[in-house]
Design a protein around this ligand. Sequence first.
Ligand SMILES: C[S@@+](CC[C@H](N)C(=O)[O-])C[C@H]1O[C@@H](n2cnc3c(N)ncnc32)[C@H](O)[C@@H]1O
Length: 205
Amino acid sequence: MQRLNQFDRIAGIYDVIARLVFGQSIMKAQKFFLKDVPDASVVLILGGGTGWIAKELLREKPNCRIVYVEASSKMIELSRKKISPLERIDFVHGTEENIPEMKFDVVITNFFLDMFKPESLDAVVTRIRSVLKANSLWLATDFVDGQKWWQTVLLKLMYWFFRYFSRIESKALPDWSKAIENHGMKKEAMKMYYGDFIKTVKYSA
Ligand SMILES: C[S@@+](CC[C@H](N)C(=O)[O-])C[C@H]1O[C@@H](n2cnc3c(N)ncnc32)[C@H](O)[C@@H]1O
C-alpha cells in the first residue's frame, strides 16, 4: 500500500522534470480526452500531482465538479495555488482508500497505476471501479513497455528515481490496461505519444 507524502520531496520540481524529459507530449496526452468529459460531470482525479490537469479540466468543462484525491500535501498545496475559484474542487489528502462515499461520472488516473505492484494493482482498480456510476468513463494515461531499448532504459531510470526519492512500491511497469479491462471497462479510444511510449485511453463502464 502507498503511504502519504512520499512525493513531497519532489513536488516542486515534478512538472519541470517531466517536461524536460517528455516535452509537450506529457501534457498533450493527458489533455487529449478531456473534451469527452460530459458537461456537469462529477470527476474523481486520483494522484493528480501539481494540479494543472484540474485547472485544465475546469477551463474545458466549466460545469463539472472535481474531487481531487492526492497523497502528497505539497502537491495539494501547489494545486490550491493554481486553481481559482476553488468552489468546484474538493481536495482530499489521502489515497484510494479515502475516496469519499459517492459515485463518479468520470475518473482520471494519469501516471498513477504505474506505481503499484501487480499484487496491489488489482485491489486499487477494484476500489476505483466501485465508485464509478453506470455509463461512466475512465481516462487513463501512462507508460507502455514497447520493448524498444530506449523505453527499457527510460523505464529503468524512472523506476530507480521514483523508488529512491518517493519510495514507490513497484519496480517495473504493471499491465495497467489489462487491470482496468479485467474490471469490465471497455476500451473506447486511445492515442499514443512520445514514440508510442505514452498511451492515453478512454474506457467506458
Ligand atoms: C507519478 S505522480 C503523477 C502526477 C500527475 N498525475 C502527473 O501525471 O503529472 C503520482 C502522484 O500520485 C500521488 N500518489 C501516490 N500514491 C497515491 C495514492 N495511493 N493515492 C493518491 N495519490 C497518490 C503522488 O503524491 C503524486 O502526486
